[in-house]
Design a protein around this ligand. Structure first.
Ligand SMILES: Nc1ncnc2c1ncn2[C@@H]1O[C@H](COP(=O)(O)OP(=O)(O)OP(=O)(O)O)[C@@H](O)[C@H]1O
Ligand SMILES: [Mg+2]
Length: 499
């Protein structure tokens, strides 16, 4: 049970590390007309005084770059797309200005009602991320008379519905359960003014696209404001995102879009033809007492590896889509508190989770997608702390990701091992970069190529500002680019893709 007056509730996540000051050196590109100026300190900002208090309780001394630039834009009531590296405080970058505006507007008091009409909808790709975001919302909205609720799948909806009925100003949700509650008229989004897609590129790829559009289509207020945040924003997804937002949205790019966090030392180990189990055991032996997050491809393998490591005295647990929700939450909580030093996970744990002090991330199996790699390794090295990511490369199975991986290593100032350089051509690296990484806002890219990019990306530009579409018009909205989906979403399959 959450007790916002308990001091322990403000001991959470990661404390700022030694490289926090280096954030100031990161280049930030802000595009979109008349973008407001950045602010320099929480204390001297226009944020509501209660929020300044709450920020202090969270021990946020200074804002991170994505906070400095995004918060004033959101407070100026602009739609915002923000791309900033993993662990750089994107959650507070959207929560603080939203709570500030709610205070300013005099948000209606949350009251019992069978149908709730929240002012804010925050969508997340996984249940655990929804829970984490809910806790952060309660922390930052302390003493603001704003009630947040969370709704997510994997648990009985009756219990959550009871909570929702008590009053909901902010709903933090995974999409399936929220759509369900909307259909049952437990939640009505007619009054929803602020919409956040966290991990926006994931929310807009084919796995979630339809459900997200259905939910956003339920938000009918003309003055609705959309905010999208992620550490990765492939161009195609930027185009889809832009299609939902007002034309004059502001794009905040902190550093190189889609690049891995340079505070993470990335190491690659060639395991072709070798025994990965032996390799991981050696690594764990060398790193006794370190907190290690290991990513594998399949649910079965997650359980197998966790059991195997536990049998060798490496206290491990696992998280993946086949585990019951309370088992998933227990596994995460035990790893969070350090009760278990090793968590074996599928990609369900790759995005957004802010687990305290993860020392090492191991890619036991490489992901198929470079974006997934960037998010996975981003579970370490957060808010200016140093981290280590070690990836097992099987040259036979992982060859398709190598060009993009080499590009990512370069962007994040890491060495590429010679055994990889030998097999990946410069052209392949440049081609891989084209799709994923970009240094500019898609609108600038479009202009700079005399709109030629529209043909290249097969994009039909939308003339609407996104404020008028509803879920009954899917054809009208499906005129974006054909998205290259990395992997099919297969709920019954063996791979976890992060819902
Ligand atoms: N201004 C700040 N000063 C110090 N710590 C901060 C500040 N803002 C956020 N944090 C802390 O930084 C950690 C990372 O924040 P957060 O989870 O929002 O990162 P993120 O950018 O959303 O990462 P990801 O891309 O993985 O989702 C959290 O523990 C958060 O409490
Ligand atoms: Mg986040």
């Amino acid at each position: 049970m959450i007790d916002e007056d308990n001091d322990d509730f403000y001991k959470f996540g990661n404390n700022a590390g030694i490289n926090f000051k280096k954030y100031d050196k990161i280049q930030v590109n802000v595009t979109g007309k008349n973008a407001p100026a950045k602010f320099e300190s929480f204390e001297r900002s226009d944020l509501h005084p209660i929020l300044k208090e709450n920020v202090k309780l969270c021990k946020f001394a200074e804002p991170t770059p994505c906070q400095k630039y995004s918060i004033p834009c959101i407070m100026a009531r602009r739609d915002v797309m923000c791309c900033a590296q993993t662990g750089s405080g994107k959650t507070a970058a959207f929560l603080l200005p939203i709570i500030h505006m709610m205070k300013q507007d005099g948000t209606p008091k949350a009251e019992f009602n069978k149908t709730q009409t929240p002012q804010v909808m925050i969508l997340c790709p996984t249940r655990e991320l929804a829970i984490q975001t809910f806790n952060n919302t309660v922390r930052l909205a302390r003493k603001c008379a704003i009630r947040a609720v969370m709704v997510y799948g994997g648990t009985t909806s009756r219990f959550q519905m009871g909570h929702v009925e008590e009053g909901a100003n902010i709903v933090i949700a995974t999409v399936g359960r929220l759509n369900d509650l909307c259909r049952k008229n437990k939640i009505n989004l007619d009054e929803t003014q602020y919409i956040v897609l966290d991990e926006a590129d994931r929310m807009l790829d084919m796995g979630f696209n339809v459900e997200v559009r259905s939910l956003v289509g339920r938000c009918h207020r003309e003055d609705r404001q959309i905010m999208m945040f992620s550490a990765t924003f492939p161009r195609e997804i930027q185009t889809l995102a832009a299609d939902m937002m007002k034309k004059d949205y502001i794009f905040v790019a902190v550093g190189i879009i889609g690049a891995a966090n340079p505070d993470i030392t990335q190491k690659l180990i060639d395991v072709t033809g070798g025994n990965k189990l032996n390799s991981v055991e050696e690594l764990l032996q060398e790193n006794k007492d370190k907190k290690v997050l290991i990513f594998v491809k399949t649910r079965k393998n997650a359980d197998f590896l966790a059991a195997k490591l536990s049998s060798k005295n490496h206290s491990s647990t696992s998280i993946h889509g086949d585990r019951l929700q309370d088992q998933r939450e227990l596994a995460l909580s035990e790893f969070d508190k350090g009760i278990r030093k090793i968590l074996v996970a599928t990609s369900v744990a790759s995005r957004g989770l802010d687990i305290p002090s993860v020392d090492i991330v191991i890619n036991y199996d490489m992901p198929d997608e470079i974006g997934d790699y960037v998010h996975r390794i981003g579970r370490t090295g957060r808010v200016g702390n140093c981290g280590v990511a070690i990836s097992f490369i099987d040259m036979e199975k992982d060859s398709s990701i190598l060009p993009a991986l080499v590009h990512t290593l370069k962007d994040s100032q890491q060495e590429t091992p010679s055994w990889i350089k030998e097999v990946v051509s410069g052209d392949a690296v440049n081609n891989a970069a084209g799709d994923f990484n970009a240094t500019v806002d898609i609108r600038e890219y479009t202009t700079s190529l005399n709109n030629d990019v529209n043909n290249k990306l097969k994009v039909k530009p939308s003339s609407s500002n996104g404020a008028d579409w509803g879920e009954d018009e899917p054809a009208a909205r499906n005129n974006g680019p054909s998205i290259k989906q990395s992997q099919p979403v297969n709920m019954a399959g063996d791979d976890d893709l992060g819902w």
